[in-house]
Write a protein that binds this ligand. Structure first.
Ligand code: ADP
Ligand code: ZN
Length: 612
């Protein structure tokens, strides 16, 4: 492959030199002295003219100068019927007519350098983008570079995302034997979207699918498709699919699909034309190919929310798989996978390391193990010890790769109490949605989350339910206050949600006695911006004051009720938070067991934990 690129480069240099030479020689031929017509006639009469070519607008020729040199000349013809006569009389040895003024030479002379410059410029840009590669092959998909390389990575190399692996197994089965699968009537998705934070192993998973199935893996990236030249992205997409069809069964992988797949029309000033074209091409290709061919597309992104809905429609990336940040157990497993490649001292307890690295993703852990090995090597040790690993943690946290937030032990504790506060209030407040999951693993901007899922779809919400919801929202902040005697910024989102709900209760739902059953809300969510005239509140300043008071009262009451619940159940709060610090994620069952000692006595979760 590399050689090919080299040849491409050489060819361009060669063409460049050739053109240069050509233009140079054209220039030389055309060095012509411009003579006034009178001088030209004088030279004829002096017998110095050797050769003349007469065109309608130009006379060219050669004369012999005084020093014996032959000089090219040109002159603008004048109405001169005697010219031919004169030339005959004074023995001009050769004269002829020319129908037209030549166009090629002047054209080349005028435009040649320009064309050369443009070509050179294109070449430079290409060089910059591709790191000097692929100078000739503008539209070729870079996926080509991966041809025939089967990956040896398997699911065993990917740790800690069992659910994602489970979902992908079906794809593996299909790729292994597409024909068999169809006979059974299985319906296979064309495209699978894997999403999750950077470094969580999305690429690794895709490779493992190819590796497990033993099919070729073609990888490309959305950012490669969005290049400077119009149409290049689209043609790359076409090439990628073409390649896939030819090597079916196989797996096509597109990393950073959000680079092409962003919602169209998003942003001010319309879309990015080139990107849109590429996206359209991708959609067309996806519609055009049939899973029967045995080609599966896997795309990865860390921003599934910005993707164009068209991409997610049935028949496209209709299967979506989350690759979460690893929890404690996941980190432990990933550590084990990577520790296989180094020599560990006997004293090493990887579980301790896993505990010390909340917020680390797979890529961080790979990096950590590598750093530890380097540190041990520098100290000329025989094996990697615990202190090397500990030191490596600090290095990775401080290192340039890890720009995102790291969580200290104290922060982890605060987050655990905060989330436990939410969860406990939710468990105890009657009418609250059941707690489905509590987590202190960061997800997006949130440091932790408490997931409540309603039992059934609800179309009406009672005042009591809303008040309960407010108490749950404030439970996080209240728990922080109670335990640490200090408040943090972590509750900002909760507070803004609570305030807006309370405001709605007063202004929209008529749920405050002081205001009464009025809906005072103005249509603030105008379809068209700029209709300011409609935005003035329809109530007096006095009413506005009452609204503020009422909102404050409602929020304060919710806070008081959260405080009461948490104070009455301080022991449970502590138990929940401590378990959360230990396990980082608790599901509904585990929360129940912790909060109901009777049930806990039966199953002894503590011991089960140790065995697992
Ligand atoms: P992504 O595509 O999600 O950004 P990658 O798949 O490129 O992340 O991961 C980068 C590297 O991190 C991998 O090559 C691997 O060494 C390591 N890694 C990431 N996730 C895992 C995991 N779940 N198990 C083992 N190694 C992992
Ligand atoms: Zn919260």
């Amino acid at each position: 492959m590399k050689d090919k690129n080299k040849w491409g480069l050489l060819a361009w240099v060669f063409i460049f030199l050739l053109l240069l030479y050509f233009i140079q020689s054209v220039r030389q031929i055309n060095v012509e002295q411009e003579l006034p017509y009178s001088t030209f006639k004088k030279y004829i009469k002096a017998g110095e003219i050797i050769k003349v070519t007469v065109a309608p607008e130009l006379i060219k020729g050669q004369y012999k100068a005084a020093d014996g040199k032959v000089v090219n000349f040109k002159t603008v013809p004048m109405p001169d019927p005697k010219l031919v006569e004169d030339m005959e009389q004074y023995n001009v040895s050769q004269f002829s007519g020319n129908l037209e003024r030549g166009w090629l030479m002047p054209f080349l002379m005028n435009w040649g350098p320009m064309v050369l410059l443009i070509l050179f410029w294109l070449w430079m840009i290409k060089g910059m983008q591709g790191g000097g590669k692929q100078v000739m092959a503008f539209g070729r998909s870079k996926a080509k570079l991966q041809t025939a390389k089967k990956t040896k990575i398997t699911f065993a190399d990917v740790a800690g995302c069992d659910e994602a692996k489970e979902e992908l197994k079906e794809i593996v089965e299909f790729l292994k034997d597409p024909a068999k699968f169809q006979k059974l009537g299985g319906k296979i998705p064309k495209g699978v979207l894997v999403y999750g934070s950077p470094g969580t192993g999305k690429t690794l998973l895709a490779k493992a699918v190819a590796g497990e199935a033993g099919v070729p893996f073609f990888s490309s990236s959305g950012s490669e498709f969005v290049e400077m030249f119009v149409g290049v992205g689209a043609s790359r997409v076409r090439d990628l699919f073409e390649q896939g069809r030819r090597s079916a069964p196989c797996l096509l992988f597109i990393d950073e699909i959000d680079a092409v797949g962003r919602h169209r029309f998003a942003g001010i000033g319309g879309g990015h034309d080139e990107r849109e074209q590429t996206l359209n091409q991708l959609l067309v290709e996806m519609d055009g190919f049939d899973t029967k061919e045995g080609v599966i597309l896997i795309a990865a992104t860390n921003r599934p929310d910005v993707l164009d809905p068209a991409l997610l429609r049935p028949g496209r990336f209709d299967r979506q798989i989350a690759v979460p940040m690893p929890d404690l157990k996941g980190r432990d497993e990933i550590l084990k996978v990577h520790a296989k490649s180094i020599k560990l001292a006997d004293e090493v307890n990887l579980n301790v390391i896993a505990r010390r690295t909340p917020g680390f993703v797979g890529a961080d852990i790979a990096n950590l193990v590598n750093e530890a090995a380097l540190l041990a090597a520098r100290k000329e040790r025989q094996s990697v010890g615990m202190d090397d690993l500990e030191e490596a943690i600090d290095r990775v946290i401080a290192g340039p790769q890890r720009k995102s937030r790291m969580i200290s032990d104290r922060e982890k504790k605060i987050i655990a109490y905060h989330e436990s506060g939410h969860a406990l209030v939710a468990k105890i407040t009657p009418g609250s949605d059941p707690v489905h999951k509590v987590s202190i693993i960061p997800r997006g901007p949130a440091l932790g989350y408490t997931l409540q899922l309603p039992l059934e779809d609800k179309y009406l919400t009672t005042r009591q339910e809303i008040q309960g919801k407010l108490a749950v929202l404030l439970g996080g902040r209240v728990a922080e206050e109670m335990i640490f005697n200090e408040i943090t910024t972590g509750a900002q989102n909760d507070l803004s949600k609570a305030t807006s709900i309370a405001h709605k209760m007063v202004v929209e739902f008529g749920m405050s006695e002081k205001i009464g059953a009025l809906s005072l809300s103005q249509p603030s969510e105008e379809v068209f911006l700029g209709r300011d005239f409609n935005r003035e509140p329809k109530y007096s300043n006095k009413t506005a004051e009452i609204i503020d008071e009422e909102v404050k009262r409602i929020v304060t009451e919710a806070k008081t009720s959260a405080e009461k619940i948490l104070r009455d159940n301080a022991a449970k709060l502590k138990a929940l938070a401590e378990k959360l610090i230990e396990k980082e994620i608790l599901d509904a069952d585990e929360v129940d067991r912790l909060l109901n000692p009777e049930a806990a006595n039966e199953t002894k979760p503590e011991e089960q934990e140790k065995k697992a």
